[in-house]
Design a protein. Structure first.
Length: 636
């Protein structure tokens, strides 16, 4: 029997049924076959050695493609599992997927894995790679799979098949050599040698079977994995640099904030950290004013009836905090939007007033899992630079386009120029009809087309009430962070009774645009700290200038200089300690102070100031008036 294979260039060619993608690749070029990791058959990832029995579109996926890296990493998880079971007989395997940087696998074992064990396991993995064990796929019946895993003492695998897979389903099994196998949907490479050597085990942590804390505790071994050694080394270098920039370490060193167990996922801001916060907030507030936003403030808690109307109760209540008073249940707000609708509803609106733009530095609380908390990057209590625009459907495109241009200017001012734009589309759990979602998603696409930008789309990742544009910025060491959003919402205004009177005296529901530029203030400040490695731009620095007298005779003049700077709006401090000037310069340089103003007897007599900038040996002597004028500027 013959089948027809269509290649990416449109060429078609007949082959015998049962041929493999690997054989086709070898027929084209042995060199190409060596580079291939996996195939795509009609858009579905497919083992190179799996027979093809029907007409199909074929794409050969080489090692440099993103899809290949996911398969390589998945192979890494299987090789890890085989290595563990060879070294520690009796260890049960559960599941091990690929991740954004490598893979992990969860194991059930009475003894804990040590750092020394990780070294042994990694060495065993490299041995398995060298063995070049063939990886083959088989299809088993439901009963055969259960019988095998039960006989092998793999109770977790047997339970998963019995409870999680339909009895009439066929189960794919992947073997590595003759003695080790795992249940997996695949695909995988033809042999263990395909994994290569660009991997490393990194740590062990705890996990629970099926992610439920009521179930058996497991041990999760993590590894990093890349297609080649250069990419692995680059990633390791990035991780090393990221550890140096960790905002939690820098916060302790620079006395910015702290967190403690009595308030998990919340932040105690110290004076210097709060100065950074205020610099960001006042900057954003200026953007609000220039862009026609009216700043508002809503209650922190509201009766649950409102959250039921808005849809949060059905779609978000597991992430909310609740409290009671006088037999009424209240929710601590996780979002600001329902409150802004109430402000809009406080009066009858005309179409002539639209768009109405509200802004709020709104404090929100979300019941994030404790395991997901991370410094100030992932918290339970946070403040958003939140805004909501109430407009007509015809105004959506122009409002979204204007917001996009505004957001790009803001990111540039904070030092971010490498950004990716994405549209998160309808999730499975959502409000509204498909027609409404079609309109909302197309409105975002039209706005980005109007702004002349390219974007990628993220199916299933929108909010339950509407699709959203996401702004992903890259920091100075190449990490991507999702910050701002713009969401189109046709549903909430209707659910909460928001109306305006149109030009025909008819009442209509406005469209509600949810927008934020920096997003969570806490998270954005954490990103800023790591992006700049603690050396914040002058206008953001918590202490912009330290006035340091060389001798105690100049203390009075130092205080005079400090006061003049403060009156000009500069965040300045005077160091009147008895330490030597070299010590003062060193200490304040460690604290990342941008400018040290040195004064001695000569400066006091001549009413001058000698400026020394962070990271530079050069000095500049100016009159006091000139120094104040210069340092009062935003860039100094």
């Amino acid at each position: 029997m013959s089948i027809e294979i269509t290649f990416p260039d449109g060429a078609k060619k007949p082959f015998d049924a049962g041929i493999t993608a690997l054989a086709i690749a070898q027929g084209i070029s042995p060199g190409l076959a060596k580079k291939c990791v996996v195939a795509k058959i009609n858009g579905q990832l497919w083992d190179l050695t799996r027979p093809i029995h029907e007409d199909a579109k074929l794409e050969l996926v080489t090692r440099d493609k993103p899809e290949a890296l996911e398969v390589i990493r998945h192979d890494g998880a299987h090789v890890l599992a085989q290595a563990v079971q060879e070294l520690f007989p009796g260890t049960q395997i559960t599941f091990g997927p690929s991740t954004d940087s490598g893979f992990y696998y969860d194991f059930a074992r009475a003894e804990s894995f040590s750092d020394a064990d990780l070294e042994k396991i990694e060495q065993k993995m490299r041995e398995i790679v060298k063995r070049n064990l063939p990886i083959s796929r088989e299809v088993w019946s439901h009963d055969k799979a259960i019988a095998h895993f039960e006989a092998a003492g793999e109770k977790f695998k047997a339970e998963w098949i019995r409870e999680g897979i339909a009895a009439d389903a066929e189960i794919s099994i992947y073997k590595q050599g003759d003695n080790w196998l795992d249940m997996c949907v695949g695909p995988h490479m033809p042999s263990t040698a395909g994994l290569g050597t660009a991997f490393k085990l990194t740590k062990v942590s705890g996990a629970y079977w099926r992610g439920d804390a009521n179930n058996a505790q497991l041990q999760r071994i993590y590894g990093i994995c890349f297609a080649n050694e250069d990419d692995l080394k680059a990633y390791q270098k990035q991780v090393e640099e990221a550890e140096k920039r960790d905002h939690r370490k820098l916060a302790r060193a620079l006395d910015l904030f702290h967190q403690q167990e009595e308030a998990p996922g919340m932040v105690f801001w110290h004076p210097k950290g709060w100065a950074i916060w205020q610099a960001v907030e006042q900057y954003v507030r200026g953007v609000y004013r220039k862009s026609g936003y009216q700043e508002v403030r809503g209650p922190q808690i509201m009766d649950v009836s409102l959250w039921k109307k808005s849809g949060h109760w059905d779609n978000y209540k597991e992430n909310m905090f609740f409290t009671e008073s006088e037999k009424r249940t209240y929710a601590v707000k996780p979002m600001n939007c329902p409150g802004h609708v109430q402000i809009f509803n406080a009066g009858l609106r005309s179409y002539r007033e639209l768009p109405i733009r509200y802004a709020e530095f709104g404090g929100c609380h979300r019941n994030e899992p404790s395991g997901a908390l991370h410094g100030i990057m992932r918290v339970r209590a946070f403040t958003q630079d939140d805004g909501h625009i109430f407009c007509t459907e015809a105004q959506v495109e122009s409002e979204v386009t204007a917001f996009h241009r505004q957001a790009m200017r803001v990111y540039s001012d904070f030092g971010f120029t490498d950004l990716a734009i994405k549209i998160a589309l309808r999730p499975e759990k959502r409000l509204g009809s498909d027609d409404t979602w079609d309109r909302a998603e197309e409105a975002l696409r039209a706005a980005l087309r109007s702004a002349g930008v390219e974007w990628t789309e993220l199916p299933g990742e929108g909010a339950f009430y509407g699709p959203k544009i996401e702004y992903h910025l890259k920091d100075s060491i190449g990490r991507a962070w999702q910050v701002g959003t713009m969401q189109v919402d046709f549903m909430m205004p209707e659910r909460l009774g928001a109306e305006y009177v149109d030009e025909h005296s008819q009442r209509k529901h406005p469209v509600m645009l949810h927008r934020a530029i920096v997003g969570s203030m806490e998270r954005f400040i954490g990103i800023l700290i790591e992006h700049h490695a603690g050396v914040l731009p002058y206008w953001l620095s918590p202490v912009q200038v330290v006035v340091a007298p060389i001798v105690s005779d100049a203390d009075g003049y130092a205080s005079e200089v400090c006061e003049a700077l403060r009156e000009a709006g500069v965040r300045a401090e005077a160091d009147l300690s008895n330490e030597k000037i070299t010590y003062k310069i060193r200490e304040h340089s460690v604290q990342k102070v941008p400018v040290i103003a040195v004064v001695g007897r000569k400066e006091a007599e001549q009413k001058t100031v000698t400026l020394r900038r962070l990271g530079s040996e050069a000095q500049e002597t100016l009159s006091l008036a000139e120094a104040v004028a210069k340092l009062a500027g935003p860039q100094a």
